[in-house]
Design a binder for this molecule. Sequence first.
Ligand SMILES: [Zn+2]
Length: 448
Amino acid sequence: MQNPNNTLWIKSPLATLNLACAGGVVVRGNTIVELVAEGNTPNSQIDETFDASQHVMLPGLINAHHHFYQTLTRAHPVALNKELFSWLTSLYPVWAKLQPEMVDVSTQIALSELLLSGCTTANDHHYLFPRGLEQAIDIQVEQSRKLGVRVHLTRGSMSLGKDQGGLPPQSTVQSEDTILTDSERLIHRYHDHADGAMVRVALAPCSPFSVSTDLMKASAQLAEQHDVQLHTHLAETHDETEFCLKMFGQRPVDYLESVGWLNKRTWLAHGIHFNDEEILRLGKAGVGIAHCPSSNMLLASGQCPTLDLEAAGSPVGIGVDGSASNDGSNMIMEVRQALLLQRLRYGASRITHQKVIDWATRGSAACLGRDDIGEITVGKQADLAFFRLNEIQFAGAGDPLAALILCGAQRADRVMVAGRWRVADGCIEGLDIEALKARQRELAAQLR
Ligand SMILES: [Zn+2]
């Protein structure tokens, strides 16, 4: 059993992004305290050593966008082979039947799947609060603490039902007062502003087509008042642009600006259909973009202009998106998807394996407004992912770091969050994963 007060030298990884730690890293408490150059030994007094010579070491991957509950509706028969709006309207009535235990179990499933794929910090965008599900975020906090994964949970919302010209059914929307009061409750109860925070809360109206203008404005004001972040889906499809033009007389970015969201506090999921002038405005404002390649391909939404956004000044991160439009929550596989999709747009020499790993670590951290995670440097949180290259798809591989992405790594062998091993030998410490999967299958069948 690991002693949290020990000083641990993770020695001589097989490969890493940062050559300054070719000899390994020293971890004390929840922090990286020393980088060791190749061939050197640490200056710190060492209590324990872990030999990483068979492992590629990465900063823990950071998932910038997800909907955990959707793991219950993966490959759902009603949603197959559809694009966003018809996919959503097929699934809303199914999701409206969500129960508290379903949120509990699907949160554990999604977080476990993420953890096993090298993810140490996860965002979730939960926006469904049908009657009886008012404690959804509280349930998610409890489960994330048990698993020891760092989370950014967003208090999502939908207030524009079909009766008001929106897309979601009336039973899934809440009044604006209810949404704002609960948002404030969750911030007070769970949001930790400090460095090393394990739980942060952000405010996340679902999309322009499911909340009112007043709620967008009020959410921005509340976020500023409590110094928390803002998140939403934006510019995912042409349908959405048409909806905004019809409903508000504005394109999505103009609408976002008019409701007070065009600032550093905001990060957006997808960010596909921007024109050149909009990209410059988003970059100048420092709005972050969570690129979700699998979801964008599955729903045939389009390609995010990642490098243009980055050049303009926007942080770019990577998200797996919900498991009804991916339909997995595997973060290292998503990094590969980003490389493949973005190469179609920008070519092979500009989209390297280092580039996509950087998006999934430093870029995602910047989207979440954090500078204490996402890098292997002294003073940062000890969030690390280790992959062995012993599976069949790596047999014969040359460059180990490139192999991780190009050959298609699927599972981390070890994962450390805040200085504690949460995955060892490919298994999550203290979790009966077979029992969890069995319960998830039963609950998913109930929903169907
Ligand atoms: Zn989403």
